[in-house]
Design a protein around this ligand. Structure first.
Ligand code: ARG
Length: 473
């Protein structure tokens, strides 16, 4: 059987694949998006074959011109895919044959779709990770700008979603930004690692006998190094797992921010208002204003986690080296990239649009016995063992609760009557929420001065180059 031209094998087969088998194996609809990287790899490969005398100067010129035309057709959308085009590599070779004639059949020497696809996906992720990280940076900038805008506004801090201790709102906003900072670090770290492992020249698994130079491909394509082992080069997709793991965790972080916006924008809290531009209405309830963007951010995290799990399960137990299962690596990667490309700008815009109600936040921050720890720690400063201080303040809270008052509602005499060791203390300052936040002035604390320094530190991180100096291409 002679292979159809978009299929890169066939000589030893008596029969064409069954339609169902061909349909199952066809991946061109998915992997077409890798074409710029596949063409770049083919150009580098043509150069190697020329150096080795497999392509003479005329053949090299014809093939490079042909690749240019194929690229132009793919870029413009004029490229016509045929039913026989099994995957991107087959489609490109088929079209090159149509454009250049039989000389195009020389280009496949010494390479395999295995080293091609491993290279293509790495190069795709090089660019996609840079774009994703830039998107995360935009969310961080929105959080940093919002933190600067709200200044020393106080807010309740929670544990167990129960009022715990007061913080500054900026401190809480920046907490999310720092988590995202580590996500950027993970993304960029994985990118650096994948760029160190150029795969072209590894062929199917063991290289070739023609003498192509792996380092030359690496240099031509912008890799920083060559994989150490040709079998590992074509077999592993750990670089894609690393990206998906970073993406999933990024999604988890964004979902926590989204959840807080959903909860805190409800009428029950009423601390923050999401702009109309990032809210939606109800088809039946005219009054509704729903935080759909925040909810979708939360919801999309399910996909991102699913993408990671899908690839891990695909890889589990695969023997060395390439197995066709690996063809399933691309959809989760593309889905995660696409999902984040939708989510990140929406989150950045939503965060920028938030308007906080400072009065309500201040009232909530000081209420709910949030200053109980401050009283106990003042007792400690006055020599009381914390164990006893905890008990005494706890008893005072219980009695206040029965009377329906908060600590700040107590008259000075009542406070001192309940906690005699407080005699002579600055009682007003003790139950003032702004003062309480200012007292928490450890280097990573919520005191406004510390938060201002923290914000500067974050801005320095945001301004640092994403990719480091290690990248060449
Ligand atoms: N479409 C394939 C993939 O995405 C390319 C490699 C196919 N290699 C093979 N030996 N069948 O993984």
């Amino acid at each position: 059987m002679t292979a159809p031209r978009g299929q890169l094998w066939g000589g030893r087969f008596a029969e064409a694949p069954a339609a169902a088998a061909a349909a199952l194996g066809r991946s061109v609809d998915v992997d077409v998006r890798l074409w710029p990287y596949d063409i770049a790899g083919s150009r580098a490969h043509a150069g190697q074959l020329h150096r080795l005398g497999v392509l003479d100067a005329a053949a090299l010129r014809a093939i490079l011109e042909g690749l240019g035309s194929v690229a132009a057709e793919l870029a413009s959308g004029a490229f016509v895919f045929l039913d026989d085009d099994e995957d991107l590599h087959g489609a490109v070779e088929r079209r090159l044959l149509e454009l250049c004639g039989p000389v195009a059949g020389r280009l496949r020497a010494g390479r395999s779709r295995n080293d091609q696809i491993a290279s293509d996906l790495r190069l795709y992720l090089r660019d996609a990770i840079a774009a994703t990280a830039a998107g995360v940076r935009a969310v961080q900038r929105a959080l940093a700008d919002k933190a600067a805008e709200v200044g020393d506004c106080v807010a309740p801090g929670y544990t167990h979603l129960q009022r715990a201790q007061p913080v500054t709102l900026a401190h809480a906003l920046l907490a999310h930004a720092w988590a995202l900072d580590r996500d950027v670090g993970r993304l960029v770290d994985g990118r650096r690692r994948l760029l160190a492992g150029s795969t072209l020249g590894a062929g199917a698994l063991a290289g070739n006998t023609l003498g192509t130079d792996p380092g030359a491909y690496a240099a031509a394509l912008g890799f920083t190094g060559v994989a150490a082992n040709s079998m590992d080069a074509v077999a592993d997709r750990d670089f894609a797992v690393e990206f998906l793991a970073a993406a999933a965790l990024l999604g988890v972080h964004l979902s926590r921010l989204g959840e807080e916006i959903v909860v805190f924008s409800s009428v029950e809290f009423g601390w923050v208002r999401v702009d109309d531009a990032f809210s939606t209405g109800s088809s039946i309830m005219p009054q509704k204003r729903n935080p759909d963007v925040a909810e979708l951010v939360r919801g999309k995290t399910g996909r991102l986690v699913g993408d990671l799990v899908a690839l891990l399960v695909t890889l589990k137990g695969l023997p060395l080296t390439y197995n066709r299962d690996l063809q399933e690596d691309k959809q989760p990667v593309f889905d995660a990239v696409d999902t984040l490309a939708l989510v990140l700008p929406a989150v950045a815009g939503m965060v920028a649009s938030l308007r906080f109600d400072r009065e309500r936040l201040a009232a909530a921050a000081g209420g709910g016995f949030a200053l109980a720890t401050d009283l106990a720690e003042e007792l400690v400063r006055r020599g009381v063992a914390f164990r006893d201080a905890h008990e005494r303040v706890g008893a005072l809270v219980a009695s206040c609760e029965q009377r329906g008052v908060d600590l700040g509602d107590l008259a000075a005499e009542e406070l001192v009557a309940a906690l005699p060791d407080l005699a002579g203390a600055d009682l007003g300052g003790l139950v003032d929420v702004g003062a309480a936040v200012g007292r928490r002035d450890a280097v990573f604390g919520p005191a406004p001065d510390r938060v201002a320094a923290q914000l500067q530190r974050l801005r320095a991180s945001l301004d640092a180059p994403l990719n480091g100096a290690e990248e060449k291409g």
